[in-house]
Design a protein around this ligand. Structure first.
Ligand code: SF4
Length: 339
């Protein structure tokens, strides 16, 4: 069924409800797809005794509202807009991906912005799951303009050839020796995650905004500011280590290891257990700096919302003298959520 321009497999949802014999379901949707979720609830209400909308954050397939679903006695979750993330779900979960039906916005903006890619002959191409049905058309269009595209095979947590997430680009990064640049189709956010992990020129295409642009200057500016936060965190004596209970972001071992490293370096370290990571709560904690083991993009996108350093694990290692800045930035180690 087509809902607001997205293909939504409503029949699949009906079958899933029957097969799992769920009576009460919690529906989760990210910002931008809440209207689609509302329409889906209308469609499914005759198949279920109770279908409830989740009102909290929903930022990726990592972000399953399991705790909320259990608290209300739901038998399962319908998670809209993201591909499967975890290999095994803690309760019945149906991922309804919501792919864009119309390739026009993508193809039109690619055609119009193509000159930005001048000089590149072989590029690594990645896309968010919303646009993946149009991967072959995008490749053909680029080929017609003399640009060969390469995509890598799906590598967990990615499920499809050509797919990217804001924290997962492994197949593209492995193509590094074979290409002279990268193009990520989806948004600036998705391009930036790759640009921070590679020396290769990285571009993004946002089909909704009709923008195709390079990210080099933005990555440079961001990295300079990240270095400043690492220097500021050197001064902190009391640090917080953020752990989120979101199933795909829960990294307790990494947090425990960081705590030991900080304490070994003579600092006080508290582990903070959170669901959505609230900057207001962090500010209120009395701690002087934080290390984020949840979604890596919080340290990039949300840093400006809090004056205190919100370091990535790799940045914490640099702060502690256990890794070197030059070896970590613009490499896959930068967003790796492990120590
Ligand atoms: S961890 Fe962050 S970037 Fe990765 S899928 Fe989840 S919300 Fe997106």
């Amino acid at each position: 069924m087509l809902i607001n321009g997205y293909k939504v497999e409503v029949e699949l949802a009906r079958d899933w409800i029957k097969e799992n014999r769920v009576k009460r379901v919690l529906v989760q949707a990210p910002p931008g797809l809440r209207n689609v979720a509302g329409k889906l609830v209308e469609e499914l209400s005759s198949n279920l005794e109770e279908i409830l909308l989740h009102g909290g954050g929903c930022w990726g397939g990592c972000d399953l509202a399991v705790a909320h679903a259990r608290a209300i006695g739901a038998g399962g979750i319908i998670h809209l807009g993201h591909a499967r993330f975890l290999d095994e779900d803690p309760m019945p979960v149906l991922y309804l991906e919501c792919r864009r039906a119309d390739p026009e916005p993508l193809l039109r903006s690619l055609e119009r912005g193509m000159s930005v890619l001048d000089g590149h002959r072989r590029i690594g191409l990645g896309m968010t799951v919303q646009w993946l049905d149009h991967l072959e058309q995008a490749k053909l269009l680029l080929k017609g303009c003399g640009v060969i595209t390469l995509t890598g095979p799906p590598t967990r947590p990615l499920r499809y050839e050509g797919q990217v997430l804001g924290c997962a680009y492994q197949p593209l990064l492995q193509l590094s020796n074979k290409i002279d640049g990268y193009l990520v189709i989806g948004s600036r956010f998705h391009g930036l995650g790759l640009g921070l992990q590679t020396e290769k020129p990285t571009y993004y295409l946002d089909p909704e905004l009709g923008v195709l642009d390079g990210l080099y200057a933005e990555v440079e500016r961001l990295l300079r500011s990240r270095y400043g936060y690492i220097e500021r965190a050197q001064e902190a004596r009391k640090m917080g280590i953020i752990v989120s209970i979101k199933p795909g972001q829960l990294r307790m071992q990494c947090a425990m290891k960081l705590k030991r490293l900080l304490e070994g370096a003579g600092r006080r370290a508290e582990i903070l257990i959170m669901d959505d990571v609230s900057m207001e709560m962090l500010r209120d904690s009395g701690l002087e700096a934080f290390i984020n083991t949840a979604c890596p993009r919080l340290s990039i996108e949300d840093q400006a919302r809090i004056e205190l350093p919100l370091l990535l694990p790799a940045e914490a290692l640099i702060m502690l003298g256990r890794a070197r800045w030059g070896e970590v930035v613009r490499s896959p180690r930068y967003l790796a959520m492990e120590v």
